[in-house]
Design a protein around this ligand. Structure first.
Ligand code: NAD
Length: 341
């Protein structure tokens, strides 16, 4: 299949491109490189010569989108977005512009080209702060995002559902799969494709970057939660398992079906466990500074991934926390300045 990947120069998108290329698909990446890395495109192109086309452009620009759709595409994987919760609260207009308004040319092209397979990067942030008795969280949990970021992810799901209905009116049965990722972590085991956000706010990369410093120290936000060790509990899923879920989502479609699927391991790992695993893998002692809870952080948040397991035939391979940390460390240790190294 020929697959259009928006945001393919970013962390998760580049890993998904690699999985697509390995599976023999042709890939067109549309990315404006606002937060992505041309180095990732170079790695992918070297690995699969002639199989990947890179279109540098904004998904909000109809001309760039049309260039990406040139000759037609069989599937669209839509990763392109800004994904920083704190930034979205400080700059809501930026988030509504980039994550929703800029989707308009993309959904217009999907409709005109009658694309039959769509996979969308959604997020557990669409659930907000769910009641603790609902954990492990099913897809039927109330949708109540707390941040502009979470709201843009939910609106994106709705925009794509509207397109599927519009295309259905033309007699085309498009399958839409919205993958609601929980905490994405790790890097490919080969150590070339990595995670390079600026600023980096995800816990594992923050801890690994701290481990590389002269005086390793991290802040723990909230140590008095009603959890086993008092710190927040989250569901960490390896980026290669996420990529695998995307490939399965275009392979195993039911025409016309819209599916929202939680993508997690269904197992909670505490912030403190992440720090301990990082200490073990890196061999560095990391000092912990206790800080107050952050508003809106639920004590425990992990998925019930049964629907994704069943419908996609998806079985995560990176099930041990240490495996996830090791793959991340391999990349961070070799790339102290990210892709610039
Ligand atoms: N990282 C996570 O833990 C996580 C969790 C849940 C959901 N997600 C979602 O997964 C997707 C990818 O996240 P990531 O961590 O890989 O982010 P990333 O910043 O590494 O990648 C996003 C890519 O999209 C590109 N991009 C952004 N806006 C664009 C635009 N208007 N036009 C063209 N390209 C544009 C950026 O240049 C970048 O390459 C996002 O949609 C995010 O909301 C991420």
């Amino acid at each position: 299949m020929k697959v259009l990947v928006t945001g393919g120069a970013g962390y998760i998108g580049s890993h998904a491109c690699d999985a697509l290329l390995r599976a023999g698909h042709e890939v067109v990446v549309l990315d404006n490189l606002s937060r992505g890395h041309h180095a990732a495109i170079e790695i992918l192109t070297r690995r699969a010569p002639g199989q990947l086309t890179f279109v540098k452009g904004d998904m909000g620009d109809p001309t760039s989108v049309e260039r990406a759709f040139a000759g037609g595409v069989d599937a669209v994987m839509h990763f392109a977005a800004f994904a920083n919760v704190g930034e979205s609260s400080a700059e809501p207009a930026l988030y509504y512009q980039n994550n929703t308004a800029a989707m308009v040319p993309l959904i217009d092209a999907i409709r005109r080209h009658k694309v039959q397979r769509i996979v969308y990067s959604s997020s557990c942030s669409v659930y907000g702060q769910p009641a603790q008795h609902l954990i492990p969280l099913p897809e039927s949990a109330p949708l109540a995002p707390l941040s502009p970021y979470g709201r843009t992810k939910l609106i994106g799901e709705q925009m794509l559902q509207d397109v599927v209905e519009a295309v259905a009116a033309d007699g085309v049965k498009t399958a839409l799969t919205c993958l609601r990722y929980f905490n994405v972590a790790g890097c490919e085991p080969q150590g070339e494709l990595g995670e390079d956000h600026n600023p980096e706010l995800h816990l594992l990369p923050v801890v690994l970057r701290a481990a590389m410093s002269d005086e390793p120290k991290v802040k723990l936000f909230g140590t008095d939660y009603l959890t086993a060790d008092g710190t927040c509990v989250r569901d960490y899923v390896h980026v290669c398992d996420i990529a695998d879920a995307h490939v399965k989502a275009i392979d195993r479609i039911v025409p016309g079906e819209v599916a929202m699927l939680n993508i997690g391991l269904g197992r909670g790992i505490s912030n403190l466990e992440i720090i301990h695993a990082a200490q073990k893998v890196t061999g560095r002692v990391i000092a912990i500074e206790s800080a107050p809870r952050r508003p809106g952080d639920p004590a425990r948040l992990f998925a019930n991934p049964a629907s994704a397991n069943e419908r996609l035939g998806w079985t995560p391979k990176f099930t041990q926390l240490e495996q996830i940390v090791e793959t991340a460390w391999k990349w961070f240790a070799a790339h102290p300045r990210g892709y610039r190294a």
